[in-house]
Design a protein around this ligand. Sequence first.
Ligand code: ADP
Ligand code: MG
Ligand code: ZN
Length: 198
Amino acid sequence: MIRLFPERGGWLEVICGPMFSGKSEELIRRLRRAEIAGQRALIVKPRIDDRYDIGHVVSHAGAKMRAVAVTRPEDIPGLAEAYDVIGIDEVQFFTPPIVIVIDALVERGTRVVASGLDQDFRGLPFGSMPELLCRAELVDKLQAVCHRCAGPATMTQRLVDGRPAPADGATIVVGALDSYEARCRACHELAEPASATG
Ligand code: ADP
Ligand code: MG
Ligand code: ZN
């Protein structure tokens, strides 16, 4: 029998993909299974927006699991001490020290499941995701259903007043009334930078 998981020590699993691809659902599923197996599991997420349920990870389909919102990556090791498995949702929003924080957790024997957007709304690598994907023992890239053509979607479309967002918009706009769709590469659109159109 070939083992998928190491027998000793920690490891890093990364779940990536666009919005609506089921990353949070998959994170919750894995952490629940760990709990069923008698392991102590905790989900943390970045404290970027207090409007949403700050004490839970909630998927677009309503799956829900208790989570602790943290401000800085450096806050995670202390919280993680008593746990065997640490889930991190929206990991792309953490500052670069998240990479060494996760590395240290794995080194001390923790299983870390990190879930996040691999691309921003422009299709560019998001935050520390490239580094995490490179370091991970296991990687899953999930697809959503394209809101336009119903094909497999790998990208996130940002819409401002129903129109494609300009390429020079800020990557993170907390509290903005923008909306998002999952799109395939062919259906994904970017408007000309606002600066170019005057
Ligand atoms: P993510 O964390 O990747 O944004 P979630 O786990 O929160 O995704 O939500 C996944 C769920 O969203 C799916 O199980 C499905 O019920 C729902 N959903 C809504 N729109 C779509 C779509 N366009 N493609 C796939 N799933 C969608
Ligand atoms: Mg999610
Ligand atoms: Zn499409």
